[in-house]
Design a protein around this ligand. Sequence first.
Ligand code: WTA
Length: 631
Amino acid sequence: MRIRTFDEYQLAYQKSIEDPEEFWAEVAQEFQWRKPWTKTLQWNFNEPNIKWFIGGKLNITENCLDRHLATKGDQPAIIWEPNDPNEAGATLTYRMLHDQVCRFANVLKRNGVVKGDRVCIYMPMVPELAIAVLACARIGAVHSVVFGGFSAQSIADRINDAQCKVVVTADGAYRGNKEIPLKSTVDDALIGCPGVQKVIVLTRTRTPVSMLKGRDIWWEQELKQVTADCPAEEMDAEDMLFILYTSGSTGKPKGVVHTCGGYMVYAAYTFQNVFQYEENQVHFCTADIGWITGHSYIVYGPLACGATSVIFEGTPTYPDNGRFWDITDKLKVNILYTAPTAIRSLMSFGLDKVNNHDLSSLQVLGSVGEPINEEAWHWYDDNIGKNRCPIVDTWWQTETGGILISPLAGITKTKPTYATLPLPGIQPILVDEAGKEIEGNGVSGNLCMKFPWPGILRTTYGDHKRCRQTYFATYPGLYFTGDGCLRDEDGYYRITGRVDDVLNVSGHRIGTAEVENAINMHTGVVESAVVGYPHDIKGQGIYAYVITDQMPADHDADLMKRDILATVTRVIGPIAKPDKIQFVTGLPKTRSGKIMRRILRKIAEGDTNSLGDTSTLLDPAVVDDIKSGAL
Ligand code: WTA
């Protein structure tokens, strides 16, 4: 499965197009299957109905853990770096990780979790988070990890949508100089979740927490009751492995479903080839396991390849802005995979903290989550990679399971801001608004995929129709990514950003409708419209236009804004807080009542001279009012 030269890439790509089934069957054969599959692929993009490795039986944890014990039992699987650099970290070898996963899997079983049950995980970035994830996979339970930055309300919505039976959490979390009360947030969430039977609580911060008799139990106590013997559950390749909620253009986040066989093959294949992972390298992905990047490139991809994966609990700027470089130096990191927003933020501090660390262990740099601007790309290349580490700008999505378009490190010639070329098995196509293919090079359009790859989502949990509507109905016969894209003269792809109502704020996906719903819940708010605008560090900032029943007097306006922020934090979480709130008396609507977001975007961008045609508006005067009050 390993590609080592550009010629090999071209050959592999060719083969993957001519005979996809044979291509992926060869890749999949490198894994450990309990029973081989009988048919490699069956698909249509209309229902959609996508199945890979049909009839194959496996357990992903046997591939991520057991398989390595004989040869790599004593090699580090996970290196944990705590929030506070003065606290002792931890190294878990493959043997230790296997042992702990089996033990925790037995804890889950003891508490009534069986194959197919959903388990919500809301935890800090500690090894136990990966252990909980893998323990679910071990017994065939479906994990739904919720990022620690989401509110009680968001947790409750996700728990109820997935009908989770058990929640795994911790007393609290450390992030920078903050202590975050996870368990109390879960307690608030569970007021609205009657289906949850057990809450397993890890001790991390020793914050006082309420522990309800019969429902809440301590991780540490439970571990005393179990052995380390837990045979892996035999799973069908198409059994559900996990659900991960992500934002779309409608108000309610969707539970993206990935299955055992295809996801494993794809996460491992892309990890190996994109990063050109070599034995014994230390891989540091700075994402949170609460996002897809953490699922695929902290947990499953690296472990399936027997790599050493770093789990970092803290933030890039604590205790100071040199923390990534400190970790790189200390752990001799070889592959660093981070987001443009982190790079831009660290850039702004200058080079002092970069230059007093030894970064010579670095061999490959990666970028993910949002378009990387040219300045950040060069800063990363010059100052972190010292112009000797290839940068892989990896484009993909929660729905794709793994990277789809990216250079292969050191193999594909890179070009700043370009994700470059599709990986083997990936067939991108650009279409215009009407769905017509835009052929040739030097063109741009909406990015779609013509053919499935093993890591593609199978459904959205509990609502297959929504999956079809969102991804497969816009352009019949194609998977629509929601991204705009440019293909240059050399056939290189550059992702230009979302073409739907989805924002990308600091690499986090947030739906404008979700934020609007939250703002509209605030007392006195009549209506709101949310758009993105370019933000130097975050990539995009959130700009909210809000109509209230009474225009707040100036001295109240500031307080009302802060109140609205508090409501958004309560409903979604701090990551969705608008950067700017403008109170307005009306919104630019067409005669049919549709908000013309194009105009609002322009004003938010500060580009008020070219608002285009406003004659179709119900009340064109609204625009002047908004312009005059723009922030
Ligand atoms: C954006 C994150 C440009 C894109 C893995 C996509 C990118 C959305 C890149 C998915 C990149 C991700 N260049 N844009 N290298 N990577 N995106 O689901 O808009 O959190 O649709 O998955 O992030 O975000 P998600």
